[in-house]
Design a protein around this ligand. Structure first.
Ligand code: GMT
Length: 375
């Protein structure tokens, strides 16, 4: 099939999932066209069967806000016509499903029917889309999609609660391509980060409020009071400065390393002993899954879809949101004993196999077929 994928090209989970999906679809022989404002960060070299079409929004001084949806829907119309696209797969409802719907309607005027799959990722439903300001547009574009998928059962339930949804929502979980992860690095640079006797705790996110960064630091503070440890913080975002300040106040500057954004998180996870994800809200928790495939147990909150990924007492532990004492206690249960740590590491990687791309990709392909046949 010829598939146009619309996504955010940044470090956010939805963009990562959309990019990895496109790459995997191309490997399976589909032709994939990414349509977005910048080449997605994980896309790397464009290769056989993968194309990127940049949405350019001309700056016009008359407009206070430049109309991205308009530019995107026009670009979609052009791309569909020029490359004979069979279907649109839009990731993140706002504004992609809305722009996709407009493109569909414009194409229909010319006798071209292209089905649209919308994948809901979380914040488009739980934080942004739920705002009364966006709600009618989000409800409309979900209901107008030919197929709607959500990345977890929890997100499906929340979407049904928050919006007046008339469409069936199919749960297609996020996935991981094990073949992309080299689990044995010959150059795993643990010694650059920590001394031999120190445990390495890692957190990866976009440092937004919803990630509860102060909890990450508080949990680590409690851990390092009991055992030698370092904290590696990966990512960029609005809460990063506060986090650095908090580390200074707590006297942790020498023990916390801020690495910024990284395209090679497996090179960081390869030396990590534990991953922290105490989020306020999380539709899935792709970062936890990426940790698990790299043999890193997870200490997390029980928010949203995280319990569908992190198995309590098996791949790590779940605690109530904000219960940093319990999270620190659980972290120490894993870290204090080498045999326990090794068992959790093995469990983490085994459990991550549930989300292997080989199992998940056919689910998307079946939905594409269904939507294409019904057009
Ligand atoms: O979590 C973020 O801050 C980024 C956000 C996004 O929209 O890219 O991630 C959401 O989608 C990911 C991929 O499906 C999920 O793994 C994340 O759990 C979800 N984030 C939230 O629900 C807060």
């Amino acid at each position: 099939m010829k598939i146009a994928i619309v996504c955010y090209p940044t470090f956010g989970g939805s963009g990562v999932v959309a990019t990895e999906l496109g790459i995997a679809l191309a490997d399976r022989g589909h032709e994939v066209h990414f349509v977005t404002y910048k080449q997605p960060v994980r896309l790397g070299l464009l290769g056989n069967k993968i194309y990127f079409h940049e949405v350019h929004v001309p700056e016009y001084p008359l407009f206070k806000y430049q109309p991205y949806e308009l530019a995107l829907s026009s670009k979609l119309v052009d791309t569909v016509k020029l490359h004979n696209i069979d279907l649109l797969h839009v990731h993140y409802a706002i504004p992609h499903a809305y722009a996709g719907y407009m493109a569909k309607k414009m194409l229909e005027e010319e006798g071209i029917y292209v089905p649209m799959i919308t994948t809901l990722h979380g914040t488009d439903i739980t934080l942004v889309g739920n705002h009364p300001f966006y709600k009618p547009a989000v409800t409309f574009s979900i209901n107008q999609s030919d197929v709607v998928t959500s990345v977890s059962e929890n997100l499906k339930q929340r979407t049904m609660e928050f919006f007046d949804i008339k469409k069936e929502i199919e749960v297609v979980p996020n996935f991981i391509d094990k073949s992309n992860y080299s689990l044995t690095f010959t150059d795993c640079q643990r010694s650059l980060m920590a001394k031999d006797d120190e445990k390495i705790i890692t957190h990866i996110s976009n440092f937004r409020k919803v990630k509860r960064i102060p909890d990450v630091i508080e949990i680590f503070d409690r851990i390092q009071k009991e055992i030698p440890a370092k904290l590696v913080m990966v990512g960029e975002g609005p809460e990063k400065e506060n986090a650095e300040r908090l580390c200074e106040e707590k006297g942790l500057v020498d023990k916390v390393i801020f690495l910024g954004n990284s395209n090679e998180i497996d090179r960081i996870l390869c030396f990590s002993d534990l991953f922290l994800l105490p989020s306020e809200s999380e539709s899935f928790g792709l970062a936890a899954l990426e940790a698990m495939i790299n043999k890193v147990p997870v200490i997390s909150s029980n928010a949203g879809g995280i319990p569908e990924v992190n198995e309590h007492g098996i791949t790590g532990f779940l605690s109530d949101i904000g219960d940093v004492a319990d999270m620190a206690h659980n972290a120490l249960r894993i870290l204090k004993d080498e045999d326990t740590l090794e068992q959790f590491k093995q469990n983490a990687v085994a459990s991550a196999e549930r989300f292997d791309i080989k199992k998940v990709l056919p689910l998307y392909e079946a939905l594409y077929e269904k939507a294409y046949k019904a057009r």
